[in-house]
Design a protein around this ligand. Structure first.
Ligand SMILES: [Zn+2]
Length: 308
């Protein structure tokens, strides 16, 4: 039901900062992504209207504290006849949230994600995007300058590069594209293609192809093959089995057959290998700032992993 995929409704919440109760629009849930979901080259999913993205942020009408709506505690009061979140331009909600983040010294990466969503929201509202793009670049640059968090930094360098290309800062964009390595888990062809656009001074928006969306958002997990010695041990076990004994004793058969999988390996386990797929959210090695309520932005940008 394409017409009913995005449902915004009013919800009563209590403010994280002043505890007062108010009603704010929230989005029920974003529909799952598929490889046909429109995604731009800066890796954001294109939503049908800015109101959908804006409903991810709530602003308290009493103290103006603004943050991801999902981090406000729900309240049992019906969202009728109670104070409402202030009605302001959709994208401006993200500016308020960035301001709250700065005021409370919340993590730079959270602020950067809010600023990025403000830029994308302005696009979806068909508003002027210049100031939003500048804010997103400013916050993301600050986030990447902070070495106190770990995560897929290469991917954020890619996003910053793409923002700089869109802003017309082509030399700076190329420098950022050069900082994108394979740890970004992005197709090399895509990175090269976008860098090529920057070097030829092209700043138009680019939609990812279905194949690119599939590669980035639905990566095929590579299962490591059995270690050679384990395979040999398993084969030897099977050869050693006495066929007659097996046929005479079903329980023995079960235990022998299951042994290779359940018994401890006769060798030391191999050290865990670094997964080739890393969609884990950024983690903060040493939180340099007070912990802000967890943000749901990754659900918007990269999280959906279920295929329709
Ligand atoms: Zn408040």
């Amino acid at each position: 039901m394409p017409g009913f995929e995005f449902i915004i409704h009013q919800k009563s919440v209590s403010c994280t900062s002043c505890d007062k109760v108010f009603a704010t629009p929230v989005n029920q849930a974003l529909p799952d992504m598929s490889k046909k979901t429109p995604v731009e080259a800066d890796l954001h999913r294109v939503l049908p209207h800015g109101a959908v993205r804006a409903s991810m942020v709530a602003i308290c009408p009493f103290c103006q504290y603004s943050w991801w709506a999902s981090t406000f505690a729900g309240h049992f009061t019906l969202p009728v006849g109670i104070p409402q979140a202030p009605a302001i331009d959709q994208a401006r909600k993200f500016a308020h949230a960035v301001f709250t983040g700065r005021k409370n010294n919340y993590h730079v990466l959270d602020r950067a994600m809010l600023a990025l969503n403000g830029y994308w929201c302005a696009q979806e509202c068909h508003d002027q995007t210049d100031k939003w793009l500048a804010l997103a670049i400013q916050e993301l640059t600050a986030a990447l300058a902070d070495q106190n968090w770990t995560g897929n930094r290469a991917r954020y360098h890619y996003i910053l590069a793409e923002l700089l290309r869109r802003q017309g800062e082509f030399a700076a964009a190329c420098k950022e594209f050069d900082l994108v390595d394979e740890s970004a888990n992005l197709p090399a062809e895509l990175v090269n293609k976008q860098k090529q656009l920057a070097s030829t001074h092209e700043r138009h928006p680019v939609l990812l192809t279905n194949a690119e969306v599939e590669k980035i958002f639905f990566p095929v997990l590579q299962i490591d093959p059995l270690p050679e010695i384990f395979r040999l041990t398993t084969e030897l076990d099977m050869q050693d089995m006495d066929e007659t004994a097996l046929s005479q004793s079903e329980s023995l058969s079960i235990s022998r057959q299951s042994m290779p999988m359940s018994a401890p390996l006769p060798i030391e386990p191999l050290p865990a290998r670094k997964s080739k797929i890393s969609l884990a959210p950024a983690t903060r090695a040493t939180p340099a700032a007070p912990t802000a309520p967890a943000s749901p932005w990754r659900e918007v940008q990269t999280a959906p992993t279920t295929r329709r």
